[in-house]
Design a protein. Structure first.
Length: 372
């Protein structure tokens, strides 16, 4: 992926060698994407005076992420680093695997990422740059309600401060990250969300033809340093990694998790119940808690619908297994649980199908080295 010719930033896509060197498109609802900065490099010949007398630039590395889902957009803007770099010398930010988005669910329409390297020209910015470079204004975008609100507040502050610093942009790379329901023939060309590395390289002049027609398979990243065909790339650049996770796993600090746990422990009273009528009441109380938990989970924006359904199925199968009169695998769950209590996708399943869905989810957690 590249736009040949012309001054400015060129984008290339490098397939991730950990997934067989192929570009894997990430489809809607399939899991979660995490985005990190792998490498960032700055180099400039400087202005007229700097070329003759030497000098340095105050440089900022910033990111902006727009997560779009229907009419709702969540924005995160962050100053990842500010440093003083000598001109005419290769300079690395040294961020390593620096997360800018963590496990964003792909039940969305797109995840646009913009990254920029800018030389700040104003000399009276000591306090502002210290604030921009503080941990308070470095945000990793997550979609839990509180972090999302924090990201918006930080984005507004960063925008205001960056505007006041009058930065001279050296590199600006933008990638749309469209999320589609079905595979497309050329996902990178169509700016679809994929697994791999997005490489944004700065073309220093209209006469610079070194970036024309580069073969993305010849890029390598060794010790966070970008190389092309074995040679160190001299241009300013930023490398972003797009990684994929099938599941997020269980959040034991979430309200829905503790409510599911309460639904389960309520059934412990079955062992001391005096009669069937008392047992039925205990089972009904457990289902009330289950209904509350599944509502909380489906309102948690950090989970895909698919994983939320799997968690609900797992919890329901555990409750039904302890029912006073155990269900058979062929029994529809709607016979034992009010339909209004069941989450979408489970209301027409049998006990055996719900149990299998829960068991499959637990196996997936184990495969991904997550606690069950």
């Amino acid at each position: 992926m590249a736009d040949d010719g012309g001054f400015g930033t060129q984008n290339y896509w490098m397939p991730d060698p950990t997934v067989g060197g192929s570009t894997g498109q990430i489809l809607k609802g399939s899991g979660y994407v995490s985005i990190s900065i792998i490498s960032a490099h700055y180099r400039t010949d400087g202005n007229f005076w700097q070329r003759f007398f030497g000098g340095s630039d105050q440089v900022t590395l910033s990111t902006k992420i727009v997560y779009s889902s229907g009419a709702v957009q969540t924005t995160s803007a962050s100053i990842e680093d500010t440093r003083q770099f000598d001109v005419q010398k290769p300079s690395y930010f040294g961020l390593g695997n620096h997360q800018i988005a963590l496990k964003l669910p792909v039940d969305c329409d797109g995840i646009e990422v913009a990254v920029s390297i800018a030389a700040v020209q104003n000399d009276n910015l000591g306090a502002a740059l210290n604030l921009l470079n503080s941990g308070e204004l470095k945000s990793t975008l997550e979609l839990a309600p509180v972090p999302a609100a924090q990201s918006l507040a930080i984005a507004n502050v960063v925008k205001k401060l960056l505007t006041s610093t009058d930065p001279q942009q050296t590199l600006l790379g933008v990638y749309g990250g469209k999320v589609s329901q079905n595979p497309v023939a050329e996902p990178v060309k169509d700016a679809c969300l994929c697994i791999g590395y997005l490489i944004a390289i700065y073309r220093e002049s209209d006469n610079d033809v070194a970036l024309d027609g580069l073969d993305s398979t010849k890029f390598t990243i060794i010790d966070n340093q970008l190389k092309y065909d074995g040679a160190v790339l001299p241009n300013s650049y930023v490398v972003l990694r797009y990684a994929f996770d099938e599941v997020r796993g269980l959040d034991r600090n979430a309200d829905w998790f503790s409510t599911f746990s309460s639904a389960s422990t309520t059934l412990d009273d079955l062992e001391t119940a005096a009669n069937d009528q008392d047992r039925d009441k205990i089972f009904a109380s457990s289902l009330v808690l289950y209904k509350q938990a599944q509502k909380l989970l489906f309102n948690d924006p950090s989970y895909t619908i698919k994983e939320a359904q799997s968690i609900c199925a797992d919890q329901l199968s555990k409750i039904l297994a302890r029912r006073p009169k155990p269900a058979t695998p062929a029994s529809p769950v709607a016979e034992f649980v009010p339909t209004k209590t069941l989450p979408i996708g489970l209301e027409k399943l049998t006990f055996g199908e719900v149990s299998l869905l829960g068991e499959t989810y637990r196996r997936t957690l184990v495969r991904n080295n997550m606690a069950i």
